[in-house]
Design a protein around this ligand. Structure first.
Ligand SMILES: [Zn+2]
Length: 160
């Protein structure tokens, strides 16, 4: 089933995720929130796209104007991953470098089971962060492996 045309981000064209009123109220300033609350609005998940929220009529708010850093759209630290418990991409990197295993997804899952997460009002996407966290762990693991392989290659070829 095709998404209706107004679901597409006016900047990148990808269909964003609908965002609840409570997310808009919690993340944006009151002055930013009221025009967004007046229309159906979505969160753009495209990492390279500058827009964070856009309305069905084309009104939009970019990442430079949103009061919190949108981790999905940032490449430089701090890159927030989990807004409820404060984990960032740097935390994932440190754990992987120290122990080879990342315990962060399991720790977040335990907090969710204990009913302590509030993604709907803390995460700018309004959705649970766990999928994004798992993706970030995977990416950082691959980056570490690629680095280890290139160092091993340098040693074998006698350059290092
Ligand atoms: Zn977009």
């Amino acid at each position: 089933m095709d998404e209706p045309a107004q679901a597409a981000c006016p900047s990148c064209g990808a269909a964003g995720r609908p965002v609840a009123d409570k997310t808009i109220r919690a993340i944006l300033t009151p002055a930013q929130a009221s025009p967004m609350l007046a229309v159906e609005r979505r969160f753009c998940r495209t990492p390279s796209c500058e827009l964070v929220y856009y309305g069905e009529d084309g009104r939009a708010i970019g990442k430079g104007d949103v009061p919190v850093r949108v981790g999905l759209k940032e490449r430089e630290d701090p890159v927030p991953l989990c807004y409820c418990f404060g984990f960032s991409r740097a935390d994932v990197r440190v754990e992987l470098a120290l122990g080879g295993q990342c315990t962060i997804p399991a720790r977040i899952a335990a907090e969710i089971r204990a009913g302590r997460c509030a993604c709907a009002i803390k995460n700018p996407s309004g959705a649970c962060c766990l999928g994004d966290v798992n993706r970030a762990v995977q990416e950082e693991q691959e980056a570490l492996q690629a680095e280890a392989q290139s160092q091993a290659h340098l040693r074998r070829t006698g350059i290092a």
